[in-house]
Write a protein that binds this ligand. Structure first.
Ligand code: SF4
Length: 340
């Protein structure tokens, strides 16, 4: 692994103004992302999970520079991309591609697959003449689509096939990193598995790095080697995937995992699950103290007024909870993870 992380998010804040009245005066703000820090190394698949409104998609959009950071820094290969101008963004956007949830709306309905995949090849001069068609066929094969799909329009394909075209289009740019924003959420479970397996194979074969945004823990567990769990704009827990799923430290992570049904109906029938009570609070008016305290089944008085910092609870595992046991070896505390 290289010494510099491919992606480094340092104390990222993204706030959106709330405007009202005839003059559209600012009357408040939504804290979509509140002091988030993490690193992604080359070749990793980094997952960000949480309920809707937790800020995970805003992070994806900030990485892609589709929204601006209000505070903090996003570095790619050691360069601060939050300060990039239009000219610097062009090569960056070639290296960092995106796959979105709804391939139907992200593919032009009036264009065939070969036009959709061929466009970035032509615009960025990545292939020329007969080489364009050859490269389109290579990309279709890479995404396990027969060559005849080159002539089809988006409406002539299934959701899974359209998502494969979306992936092929992203790969046409020869990216280093792909931000997958709920990339399989709209698909049937069996198709989801096929796309996840495809993404996993492509990561290994092409040395890609993923930031994978999702709400389905079983999908994230399958694909990602490191995971951040978010709630109301903050990271609640961040860890390697295995310890996070086997021994979660944060009550919110435990609640999310409890909500995943067991695939064995007999086990599922005997399982006692206490679903999370209440709703996610309004991000324009987050609760004081630990933002999760209004729903936390084990909250104590301290949680209502003091914000817990992310602290290491084990090697490569950190949680923002007053009740999480800190790692005995204080030298292993990772200061990158402080997100108050
Ligand atoms: Fe629950 Fe308190 Fe931990 Fe927050 S800090 S997760 S409220 S126990």
């Amino acid at each position: 692994m290289s010494a510099i992380p491919l992606l480094k998010i340092d104390n990222l804040h993204v706030r959106f103004p709330i405007r009202a009245g005839l003059l559209q005066r600012t009357v408040g703000e939504v804290q979509a992302v509140n002091g988030v820090s993490f690193e992604v190394n080359k070749g990793e698949a980094f997952g960000i999970v949480g309920e809707s409104g937790c800020g995970k998609t805003t992070i994806a959009r900030a990485i892609l520079r589709l929204v601006n950071a209000t505070e903090g820094e996003i570095s790619y290969n050691g360069e601060n991309i939050t300060a990039f101008d239009r000219h610097q963004l062009t090569p960056f956007r070639r290296k960092v591609q995106a796959i979105f949830q709804d391939p139907f709306s992200s593919l032009n309905p009036r264009k065939t697959t070969k036009d959709i995949i061929g466009e970035p090849l032509r615009v960025h001069k990545l292939a020329q003449g007969a080489g364009i068609e050859q490269r389109i066929n290579e990309l279709l094969e890479l995404c396990e689509l027969p060559a005849r799909f080159a002539e089809l329009y988006p409406h002539e394909m299934s959701g899974g096939q359209r998502q494969r075209v979306g992936i092929a289009r992203a790969l046409a740019m020869e990216p280093e990193m792909i931000v997958c924003d709920e990339a399989v959420s709209a698909l049937d479970v069996s198709i989801q598995a096929q796309i996840i397996n495809l993404l996993e194979r492509l990561r290994k074969e092409l040395g890609l790095t993923y930031v994978f945004i999702g709400h389905d823990l079983s999908v994230v567990r399958h694909l990602c080697n490191r995971v951040a769990v978010m709630y109301l704009g903050r990271i609640m827990e961040i860890a390697d995937a295995e310890p996070l799923f086997k021994e979660p430290c944060h009550p919110y992570t435990r609640a999310l995992l409890d909500a995943v049904p067991n695939p064995d109906p007999a086990v599922e029938a005997g399982r006692e699950v206490e679903p999370l009570q209440g709703e996610v609070p309004n991000p324009s008016n987050p609760p004081p103290g630990c933002v999760f305290h209004t729903r936390c089944p084990v909250a104590v008085d301290q949680c209502r007024h003091s914000v817990p910092r992310l602290q290491n609870t084990a090697h490569n595992q950190a949680a923002a909870c007053w009740l999480a046991q800190p790692s005995v070896n204080s030298s292993s505390l990772n200061k990158e993870y402080v997100n108050v």
